[in-house]
Ligand binder design. Structure first.
Ligand SMILES: NC(=O)c1ccc[n+]([C@@H]2O[C@H](COP(=O)([O-])OP(=O)(O)OC[C@H]3O[C@@H](n4cnc5c(N)ncnc54)[C@H](OP(=O)(O)O)[C@@H]3O)[C@@H](O)[C@H]2O)c1
Length: 315
């Protein structure tokens, strides 16, 4: 797998990363051996960027990663990104949370600590948690700081409080059918040499081609309430999947591989982090890199996906 430069940090990471929210109740991979096999397969495929978070399985995902990297002896080869939730952003909580993550991950330093989402229900001022994170960088517990699900105004405000480092990356919802980030966040990050890490790059499986309007399951996992899978919306999404199927057969690629390739063809500085529940899925997702969609195929997907409107109004 080819490596790309992680923005202004100069670090080299794989073009495709591994999302590990899957190691939780939300997605259902809760046995350690499966998680370890997925991590090992990712490593063998050249994937060296792993995204996790404190809240994934309430620490389970971090715990599995820490144990697996130790047993496989590959800690130094992996760039690990984790996240502190918006509820744990008082100054003292930031220090405690980082200490706990370091313990679960069995590491001395976290490569990228991201703020998972801004404080919503607690009135933690931005300077307080950003200042605490900067101190942790200065003391060598964190190497870089990233922000996830932050609007541009708040990214600017966070950066204004940093003096010895800067924000290295932003993580956002981005995939072929959820493209709002193109309006403000992506141009902002490109201009500032920050990496963009698209989450749900397969639209939680909706773009993989294995779900059709005729066989749409009643999901018992995190997708149960996701508007993408509501039959009226999914009919729209499926128009894109049909084109992914058609273009995929031209290249001998799966719809998932085409959907991921569409992102990195347009934006080489993006590092999508598809989640995998099995070794087969991580292998398939790695096959999204190392080739390029032709311009006309990229454009066809661009146009059809632009027409998709996901209705999120439920009441
Ligand atoms: N910062 C944030 O707020 C935030 C939010 C969400 C996610 N994330 C991060 O982003 C990562 C990815 O997002 P996500 O998990 O929401 O969605 P995703 O990557 O778009 O979709 C993952 C799901 O698609 C299916 N899948 C994956 N690869 C496949 C393949 N090759 N063939 C067929 N099916 C495949 C699997 O589910 P099934 O097999 O059950 O269909 C898998 O659980 C997460 O693991 C997490 O690290 C961050």
């Amino acid at each position: 797998m080819e490596k790309v430069v992680f923005g202004w940090t100069g670090e080299k990471v794989s073009q495709i990363g591994l999302g590990t929210w899957q190691f939780s109740d939300a997605w259902g991979v809760k046995d350690y051996e499966t998680a370890k096999e997925i991590i090992e397969a990712a490593y063998n495929l050249g994937i060296n960027f792993i995204d996790t978070a404190i809240v994934y399985g309430r620490g389970l995902s971090e715990e599995f990663i820490g144990k697996a990297l130790k047993e496989l002896g590959i800690r130094d080869d992996i760039f690990i990104a984790t996240k502190i939730p918006g509820e744990m952003l008082s100054r003292d909580d930031v220090f405690r949370a980082v200490d706990r993550s370091l313990e679960r991950l069995q590491m001395d330093v976290i490569d990228l600590m991201q703020v998972h989402w801004p404080p919503l229900w607690n009135n933690f001022p931005t300077y307080e948690y950003i200042g605490a994170l900067e101190q942790l960088v200065n003391m060598g517990k964190i190497r870089y700081i990233g922000l996830s699900d932050f609007p541009v105004e708040l990214i600017d405000s966070a950066r204004a409080y940093l003096s010895t480092t800067d924000i290295a990356s932003i993580q956002i919802r981005y995939n072929l059918i959820e493209r709002d980030a193109e309006k403000e966040l992506i141009p902002y990050a490109l201009r500032e040499d920050m990496v963009v890490i698209p989450w749900s790059p397969l639209a939680k499986g909706a773009l993989t081609g294995k779900y059709t309007p005729e066989n749409l399951p009643q999901f018992s996992d995190v997708r149960g309430n996701d508007p993408i899978f509501r039959p009226d919306n999914f009919m729209e999404v499926y128009k894109v999947v049909e084109v992914l199927n058609k273009i995929g057969s031209k290249y001998g690629k799966t719809p998932s591989q085409v959907a991921l390739n569409w992102i990195i063809t347009a934006y080489p500085n993006m590092i999508p982090i598809p989640g995998a529940k099995s070794v087969e899925q991580v292998k398939a997702n790695a096959g999204a890199a190392g080739w390029k969609l032709e311009y006309s195929d990229w454009r066809e997907l661009d146009e059809i996906s632009r027409k998709v409107y996901i209705n999120r109004v439920i009441y």
